[in-house]
Design a protein around this ligand. Structure first.
Ligand SMILES: NCc1[nH]cc(CCC(=O)O)c1CC(=O)O
Length: 309
């Protein structure tokens, strides 16, 4: 390494998962540029989403509660970049903030803890989740089950399950893997249980005009992961969904093409509309075509939760 040693500030939430993701981002950045770990300082910030734990996220202000403190620190120049679970980052970002890199996507699947499969859940089982998507998917497959609101970080949710507040819960396998908690629960096949848009992807954001930092972050961008999650976010934007909208989607590479599968639900799970589209990488309009197709076929109980473009 030759140039003067940079000293960069990386903003992160304080939860164990957020810290693990920030460490991963720092390790990749240091490896790519031949830096020492001390050259990237982790700056933990408490997000409102972490402070308020007793109400569903959708009720208290949505996904912005995960990002607004870090957004402010970034825009004020207190940090140089911020690391987020992409799943928690709203599709419309404040002016002046840009996603500069997506790290290689982890396993995209949800894990069921408390039963071997959705079918194996006992009749009338109480399943803890506060995610509208997971609740709708569960009730679609198992209308006999009851959804119990379950907020908090991964450890909190597992502790609630242990304490008997629910018979089972649903978590992202990516989060468990990144926390080193292997072997917890049973992964659900993504073929019949699609994940959330962007699940398993870590996004690094910086100031849109900060060309120097953007160039440094470009070195750790994973192009296939970036293409897949960008398409998923474009679908979400074209649907006009928000954090109340139960939407499941997954984009996979199939040879040189991308295949996007998506399903929209009514919140009670009674209604579902699904579709897929195969497209060439770089066909940025494809997710919008799938959105139009899904909205054209959605019954009112689904459509009222999406405003379209
Ligand atoms: N909703 C919170 C959240 N945001 C990101 C993850 C896990 C990591 C990921 O999905 O990328 C989780 C926990 C979960 O859904 O179990």
């Amino acid at each position: 390494m030759t140039a003067p040693t940079p000293m960069l500030k990386l903003g992160t939430r304080r939860s164990p998962l957020a810290m693990a993701q920030a460490e991963e981002a720092r390790a990749r950045l240091c490896a790519a540029h031949g830096w020492r770990e001390e050259q990237v300082e982790l700056v933990p910030v408490t997000a409102s989403g972490d402070r308020i734990q007793d109400r569903p996220l959708a009720e208290i202000g949505g996904k912005a509660l995960w990002t607004k403190e870090l957004d402010a620190w970034l825009l004020a120049g207190e940090i140089d970049f911020a690391v987020h679970s992409l799943k928690d980052v709203e599709t419309i970002r404040p002016a002046g903030i840009a996603i500069a890199a997506i790290l290689p996507r982890e396993d995209v699947r949800d894990v069921l803890v408390g039963a071997a499969s959705i079918h194996a859940l006992p009749r009338g089982a109480r399943v803890g989740t506060s995610a509208p998507r997971r609740a709708a998917q569960l009730l679609h497959a198992r209308p006999d089950c009851t959804v119990v609101p379950f907020r908090g970080n991964v450890a909190t949710r597992l502790a609630k399950l242990q304490a008997g507040e629910a018979d089972a819960t649903l978590l992202a396998l990516a989060g468990l893997n990144r926390l080193g908690q292997h072997g917890v629960g049973h992964p659900l096949d993504a073929e019949d249980w699609l994940p959330a848009p962007g699940q398993g992807a870590i996004a690094i954001e910086c100031r849109a005009g900060d060309e120097a930092v953007r160039a440094l972050l470009a070195a750790i961008n994973d192009t296939p992961s970036h293409a897949a999650v960008t398409a998923e976010r474009a679908l979400l934007a074209a649907l006009g969904g928000n954090c109340h909208s139960p939407i499941a989607v997954l984009t996979r590479a199939e040879g040189p093409a991308l295949v996007m599968e998506a399903a929209l639900f009514s919140p009670d799970g009674a209604e579902r509309v699904a579709g897929e589209i195969r497209f060439a990488a770089g066909d940025d309009a494809a997710p919008g075509r799938l959105a139009d197709d899904l909205l054209a076929r959605a019954v009112p109980a689904i459509a009222v939760h999406f405003t379209g473009r």
